[in-house]
Design a protein around this ligand. Structure first.
Ligand code: HEC
Length: 70
């Protein structure tokens, strides 16, 4: 379900579409804190919505681990 929600903007596999690439090689230089903030709070002024009403910080951290592994 999450892959579907994120994939609508980031593509499947998430190489980027409306949103930027979320492939492991791109995420490698970004910290967990930065990515958790981007997912929890969204990015003001862009199409990236905040997910904090749907995902806890733990779930967000888990999601990032999944994205890093692929
Ligand atoms: C409505 C479209 C849309 C959806 C749905 C969406 N995103 Fe995004 N996302 C974006 C856009 C656009 C950006 C770029 C924001 C910017 O310019 O900083 C972004 C940025 C990001 C970033 C920051 C990337 C970076 O390089 O700093 C992450 C991480 C991210 N999204 C993860 C997710 C995850 C995980 C989901 C699913 C829970 C998701 N996104 C769903 C549009 C979307």
């Amino acid at each position: 379900m999450l892959k579907h929600d994120c994939g609508s903007c980031h593509g499947l596999p998430p190489k980027g579409g409306l949103g930027p690439s979320l492939m492991p090689e791109v995420l490698a230089d970004k910290s967990d804190a930065l990515l958790i903030d981007a997912i929890q709070n969204g990015r003001a002024g862009t199409a990236m919505p905040p997910w904090k009403n749907f995902l806890t910080v733990d779930e967000t951290a888990w999601l990032i681990q999944q994205l890093r592994k692929r």
